[in-house]
Design a protein around this ligand. Structure first.
Ligand code: AMP
Length: 220
């Protein structure tokens, strides 16, 4: 089976958590531009150094940089069977570049899943989020605390707050989402690819809504 799906939604909507689980279930790679950019920052590559300024301020990394990264990643053998794209595209220019990339290889996008979450809930989730430095697992100080404060349940690694999850930067990221990414809803609605799911509520219930939305596209 081949499956190409985009998870679209504001920061903190739960795209990463769902993408990680569902991509494994569907046997396709989880491609998260935020993770790829953080790896480049950690490696202090030229790309990472450029990306860091934008990421720390809550703005977007320039389109050509991100489009180049994704183009390269989609060309790797494991992406032949499909992908769950998480955090890409984030602008109309990125969506157009992705269309062109897929068109060149004769590939069709199956579904775009939009995660609907209120601004208040996004702020609560993002500012309380803590990430394991070692394995990347995500916790929440109030709703999903680790068993031992500051330590990852899975690997014992140290938990930290992402630099861009501070209150001031989160507000900027949500504004950037509204102005630059939200227009993609109409872009994909116009192609009848968009499915909306309620992103609040238990992880399992959201996952089931996504399976239904994606299943309908695949059996269309
Ligand atoms: P995320 O982990 O998806 O919240 O992304 C973290 C940060 O990486 C964003 O706030 C942006 O600065 C940058 N980033 C991730 N994906 C993209 C993208 N598709 N386009 C531009 N910047 C991105």
């Amino acid at each position: 089976m081949s499956l190409r799906v985009i998870f679209l939604g504001p920061p903190g909507a739960g795209k990463g958590t769902q993408a990680q689980n569902l991509a494994r279930e569907w046997g396709v790679p989880h491609i998260a531009t935020g993770d790829m950019l953080r790896e480049a920052v950690a490696a202090s590559s030229a790309l990472g150094l450029e990306a860091k300024r934008h990421m720390n301020s809550g703005g977007l990394v320039p389109d050509p940089v991100v489009i180049g990264l994704v183009g390269e990643r989609l060309g790797q053998p494991d992406a032949k069977t499909g992908c769950v794209l998480d955090g890409f595209p984030r602008t109309v220019a990125q969506a157009e570049a992705l269309d062109a990339l897929f068109a060149r290889t004769g590939i069709a996008l199956d579904r775009v899943v939009f995660f609907d979450v209120s601004r208040g809930e996004l702020l609560r989730r993002l500012t309380g989020r803590r990430i394991c430095r070692a394995c990347g697992r995500s916790f929440h100080l109030v709703s999903a605390p680790p068993k031992v404060a500051g330590k990852c349940d899975a690997c014992g690694g140290e938990l930290h707050q992402r630099a861009d999850d501070s209150e001031a930067t989160v507000a900027t990221r949500l504004d950037v989402y509204q102005t630059q990414t939200a227009p993609l809803l109409d872009y994909y609605r116009g192609r009848t690819l968009l499915a909306e799911v309620a992103g609040e509520g238990p992880v399992d219930r959201v996952a089931e809504a996504i399976r239904t939305a994606v299943g309908q596209a695949v059996t269309r």
